[in-house]
Design a protein around this ligand. Structure first.
Ligand SMILES: Nc1nc2c(ncn2[C@@H]2O[C@H](COP(=O)(O)OP(=O)(O)OP(=O)(O)O)[C@@H](O)[C@H]2O)c(=O)[nH]1
Ligand SMILES: [Mg+2]
Length: 627
């Protein structure tokens, strides 16, 4: 296909033209030349014949005549000549004697140039004279001239035919081929478009962005300039798809694409990486402060309301920024770090922008490492449960247990739950980890009872994801069956924020547990989600005052007020009120004074292993018996 270059077409046309000219010239030359050669030959043959005939006739006459007398017989000779075929006007015939003198002549001397042919006349074996026939060549010249004109005309016709027709055919063929080539080019352009552009928004895609970014990095490096990469991800975009449908989601993405383009300069690039994720390149930055201006513009542009399918709604975006050369000097690190910064912006509450910092990377590396080892932790038996006693505020006896998850990482040592629970929650691993916790706690409690230790209820924490997991009720039921622990010995602790997430669903789940006989506690109570008044609607047995309130009891009158109110209300609702994180005598005294039911905290005991807990329980039981 590439051989159909316009230049090669021109070359072909030139060759055809030259060939046509050569053939036309040959035709133009051959016609007069052929004519003149043939005519000349005819003429020469004719003159030869004439001379022959006349010579024969003359010789016959001479047989009866004495050549010596010839000069006197001119009359007779002329008669001889004219007795032969009539000469044309342009022809003449002569009789010459042996000395070449003209003896007799017939006809007017023809106009020059003249073609002559002669024959010797013999007499008794001796040449006695010659017969000469001549003819003017002018006729031949005129004929040749006419043939030349005709030749030229024919040559011209040949030239035109040979030159125009093949070119027209060539043009037809090349036209068809060019069309085919064009179609191929269009298909190639389309393929290139699909390879480098996003079909939904018509923005450049990841591959195109990668090219542009690499180019911009090279230029910035050469010119000693900076550049910025901004990752833009819409916040809670899934909600839009879920509530308004995928089609509205698509319209929104298209609108966001337009708005992003509109708030950028022509030299900037915006691309769609996929889903609700866009990326912006600000090349050749003079000042990093300019990035903030653009980031604000992006947030403002996405934050304005949208109308889709007749409904008005809003979305926000989170933006992460990395700059060259500070945060990375190649495509990969700039993209990764902008992504990390964007993640951080999401973590920090979304709807804002965040510049990358090296600290984030450490966090995300750690996070990544934790995530992958967390996946193996269950199979490798790296989880343990520690048990913390709940103490009766008045008697000081152990009246309950809380099972607390610990992760003994093979390299990192003990990993705090605050570090890994959010990851387990996000990755969904929490569901299987949660089942393990439940089963282990129940098994352990049953084992202690078999050892003759008191019958205590054991509390297990449920995370938000576990609580909303469809299989939770089924799992709890089967674990109780498997381990043989009585349902009334199990207490499930759910945080206040989990309950408030979807109140109706929470109430129905809690009721189902209540029907099974399982106890329910609200954990971390008092951190501000629910008002005390709506506590009534939840079928619960226990509220646990959040540790942060207890911690600041002595310094904050406000906290003391809240704690007092919680305890009072708990009593009103006949709930058991447990104070978490009790660490000092003063805290214990205050709580006891206000009739808090149970304590948990370092003041009595930290969370310990199963063996230690058994010892603790045994010691307390013995002490109580002795009293
Ligand atoms: N309508 C539409 N939705 C898409 C498209 N591609 C991906 N999505 C959806 O976009 C959502 C992107 O999810 P995320 O950005 O991870 O989640 P999010 O809901 O925006 O939450 P955050 O970003 O964490 O605030 C997913 O629900 C995808 O199903 C698309 O082409 N059209
Ligand atoms: Mg998103």
């Amino acid at each position: 296909m590439t051989s159909l270059h316009p230049r090669s077409n021109d070359q072909l046309a030139a060759i055809v033209g030259r060939l046509a000219l050569a053939i036309a010239l040959i035709v133009a030359a051959v016609l007069p030349l052929g004519y003149s050669i043939l005519k000349y030959r005819d003429l020469a043959d004719y003159l030869n014949l004439m001379a022959e005939v006349k010579a024969g006739a003359t010789a016959r006459t001479l047989i009866t005549t004495n050549p010596e007398l010839w000069p006197y017989q001119v009359q007779r000779l002329e008669e001889l000549l004219s007795a032969e075929p009539i000469l044309l006007e342009s022809e003449a015939a002569n009789i010459r004697d042996a000395k070449d003198n003209v003896l007799a002549k017939m006809g007017r001397s023809p106009d020059p140039p003249v073609l002559r042919r002669s024959r010797a006349v013999h007499e008794s074996g001796r040449v006695v004279g010659r017969i000469e026939v001549e003819r003017s060549l002018r006729g031949l010249f005129y004929g040749t001239a006419i043939a030349a004109v005709l030749g030229l005309l024919l040559g011209a016709a040949v030239f035109i035919t040979l030159r125009v027709l093949p070119l027209r055919a060539l043009r037809r063929v090349t036209g068809a081929l060019e069309q085919e080539v064009r179609q191929h080019e269009l298909a190639a352009e389309r393929a290139e478009y699909l390879a480098y552009y996003d079909s939904l928004t018509a923005l450049p895609n990841r591959s195109m962005f990668s090219k542009l970014l690499n180019q911009a990095i090279r230029l910035a490096r050469r010119d000693g300039k900076q550049l910025a990469v901004l990752f833009v991800d819409l916040d809670r975009f899934k909600n839009i798809n879920d509530t308004l449908g995928h089609e509205a989601g698509d319209l929104l993405l298209q609108e966001v694409a337009k708005r992003l383009q509109a708030c950028l300069r022509e030299s900037d690039t915006v691309a769609r990486l996929g889903g609700d994720e866009f990326v912006v390149l600000l090349p050749a930055l003079h000042d990093v402060a300019d990035v903030e201006v653009v980031a604000h513009k992006i947030l403002a542009a996405t934050g304005k309301s949208f109308v889709a399918l007749g409904q008005e709604f809003r979305v926000t975006a989170s933006v992460g920024v990395s700059t060259f050369p500070k945060d990375g000097d190649d495509e990969q690190s700039l993209m990764k770090n902008a992504d990390i910064a964007m993640y951080q912006a999401k973590e920090d509450g979304k709807n804002h922008f965040q510049f990358y910092s090296a600290q984030m990377n450490t966090n995300s590396f750690e996070r990544l490492a934790l995530e992958s080892s967390l996946r193996r932790a269950l199979d490798h038996g790296e989880f343990q449960l520690h048990y913390q006693p709940k103490i009766d505020a008045r008697s000081g006896a152990i009246v309950g247990i809380e099972a607390l998850l610990r992760w003994q990482h093979p390299e990192l040592g003990m990993v705090a739950p605050t570090q890994f629970i959010p990851i387990a929650e996000e990755t969904g691993l929490i569901v299987s980890i949660g089942k393990w916790v439940l089963k282990t706690a129940c098994t352990q409690n049953v084992a202690w009872q078999k050892m003759g230790l008191p019958r205590l209820h054991i509390a297990v924490n449920l995370s938000r994801r576990q609580f909303s997991d469809e299989g939770l009720l089924r799992d709890v039921t089967s674990i109780l069956e498997e381990t043989g622990m009585s349902a009334d010995l199990l207490e499930l602790e759910i945080t206040e924020s989990t309950l408030m997430h979807d109140v109706d669903k929470a109430i129905s789940t809690l009721k189902a547990f209540r029907d099974m006989g399982v106890r329910l506690a609200i954990d971390n109570f008092g951190t501000g989600y629910s008002s005390l008044s709506n506590l009534e609607q939840f079928p619960i047995d226990t509220i646990k005052i959040d540790g942060s309130l207890i911690h600041d009891l002595s310094n904050h009158a406000e906290n003391r007020g809240i704690a007092e109110a919680i305890i009072a209300m708990g009593r009103n609702l006949s709930l058991t009120v447990v104070a978490e994180c009790v660490e000092t005598q003063a805290q214990a005294d205050f709580l006891r004074e206000h009739a808090c039911d149970e304590f948990q905290g370092f003041y009595f005991s930290k969370a310990v292993t199963a063996d230690k807990f058994a010892e603790l329980l045994e010691a307390r039981t013995t002490a109580a018996e002795e009293v």
